[in-house]
Design a protein around this ligand. Structure first.
Ligand code: GAP
Length: 433
């Protein structure tokens, strides 16, 4: 087995239109990445699967899409203004800055001495409106959870849910990381997929166990192998300020075993804090007869979309040395593959073949939008191109198709080819999808 390196993944992602460095023509901007045409399809597939599994397929979940910028009072109440910080050190000689927990002794750039460790708040600050005064300061949200907690009462008032129930959100979050690194692993602008699941205080352990299973179920559904995910119980001193229990789900990235996503028990920290700061009671009726209320406790599964994409790319990247040249392919399952099938006319200068292939392509595309047309270069090259972007099947229309309405369907992983009738083609493609 050839080694899967970050260089190979980053290079393929750029070359084939998945992910580009942010602001590249200006020399790049550290911690920011842009998704290209295939990257955005991959990302949407992951987000749609998550939304389907955790919102649409359940009766106890409410989806929201809240503003990235909220009242700064909310971030004071949640403890982020005070506590969302990383330890920072600056080299006295070259002035480079590092996260204090990632360097030892001397400056790795110039060997200089470090100054004192300072706390650096990772929220991006901004001003609202045409004023510089301190009252207009707010922040780009560092987690999507914030927007969920401030809408808790709205969901209660609109839908009157009974415990347990959850509120889910997918959206951008921003962290001014001191040291962004490892491609999509640690970025400054990211997307998160988060659930705040509200339970009776005495039932949090049951909820926590159920969500632990759900996290693994989702990772398996998108094609991350169970044996490359490892659970880490986060110790007392290492948890976020709001958490009473956290499990990190770690993944074997090419640069080592690191956190992919997390599950936290936030207790009633957030609802109590927002109640106190806003003066608005955030509770739920637990007994209709008596009107008894409780402040629910919260279980929070939190997934980073970008980190998930990196884990998927690393899981899927495969090199096959059995032929004359090394064949590179992305072993995506059909659910996440950006393109579900590619359609080729065997030759592009034979009008009747092209017309037949176009007809098949158009029909398939009506049912499955993520279908690609390719008539460039020889069939071998077209297969290589589709392999590199992870397309599960390629469909070739040849002279036999004109006679008996069958096509060749070629499997990405095995290279095996079979003849399939055009009437069964959609079923064949969607069976894999
Ligand atoms: N609401 C809880 C929360 O935000 P977190 O552990 O700080 O918890 C959750 O972040 C997930 O978001 C992480 O497991 C990771 O997948 C992703 N994430 C956090 N910071 C990130 C960063 N700088 N770059 C990429 N992904 C990040």
């Amino acid at each position: 087995m050839n080694e899967v390196t970050m260089e190979k993944i980053v290079s393929l992602a750029k070359r084939r239109g998945f992910i580009y460095p942010g602001s590249e023509i200006y020399g790049g901007l550290s911690g920011f990445w842009d998704y290209g045409p295939l990257g955005v399809e991959l990302k949407n597939n992951i987000k749609n699967l998550w939304w389907r599994m955790f919102v649409q397929n359940r009766d106890d979940m409410y989806g929201v899409d809240t503003a990235i910028i909220m009242s700064s009072e909310a971030w004071k109440a949640s403890g982020h203004v005070e506590g969302f910080q990383d330890p920072l050190v600056e080299c006295k000689k070259c002035r480079h800055r590092f996260r204090a927990d990632q360097v030892e002794g001397k400056c790795p750039e110039c060997g200089g001495q470090f100054g004192e460790v300072k706390q650096f708040n990772m929220m991006f600050k901004t001003h609202i409106g045409a004023t510089d005064d301190a009252g207009a300061v707010s922040y780009l949200r560092p987690e999507t959870a914030g927007g969920i907690f401030v809408n808790f009462k709205n969901i209660i008032d609109s839908f009157h849910p009974k415990l347990p129930f959850g509120i889910a959100q997918i959206g951008k979050a921003f962290r001014n990381e001191i040291a962004p690194r490892d491609f999509l692993f640690r970025v400054r602008e990211m997307e998160q997929m988060e659930v705040e699941y509200f339970v009776q205080p005495g039932e949090w352990e049951k909820g926590f166990e159920a969500w632990r299973e759900n996290v693994l179920k989702f990772l398996t559904a998108i094609g991350i192998m169970r044996d490359s995910v490892h659970e880490l119980e986060v110790g007392d001193g290492d948890r976020a300020h709001y958490s009473k229990r956290t499990i990190d789900f770690e993944f074997d990235f090419p640069f080592g075993r690191k956190e992919l996503c997390g599950l936290a028990y936030r207790g009633d920290f957030d609802l109590q804090a927002h109640t106190k700061a806003s003066g608005v009671e955030l509770s739920v009726i637990v007994d209709d007869a008596t009107g008894e209320k409780t402040v629910p406790h919260v279980i929070e599964p939190s997934f980073g979309v970008d980190r998930t994409i990196l884990a998927l790319l690393a899981s899927a990247y495969t090199e096959d040395d059995s032929g004359e040249e090394t064949r590179v392919y992305l072993k995506f399952n059909s659910a996440v593959a950006p393109i579900k099938a590619a359609v080729f006319p065997l030759l592009k200068n034979k009008p009747e073949l092209v017309a037949k292939a176009r007809g098949i392509y158009t029909e398939l595309k009506k049912a499955v939008p993520q279908i690609m047309w390719d008539d460039n270069g020889n069939i071998g090259k077209r297969y290589r191109r589709q392999d590199e972007i992870g397309t599960p099947v390629c469909i070739t229309i040849d002279f036999q198709t004109l006679e008996d309405d069958t096509v060749t369907v070629r499997n990405r992983d095995t290279g095996a080819q079979e003849r399939v009738s055009t009437s069964a083609l959609l079923q064949r493609v969607t069976a894999d999808v």
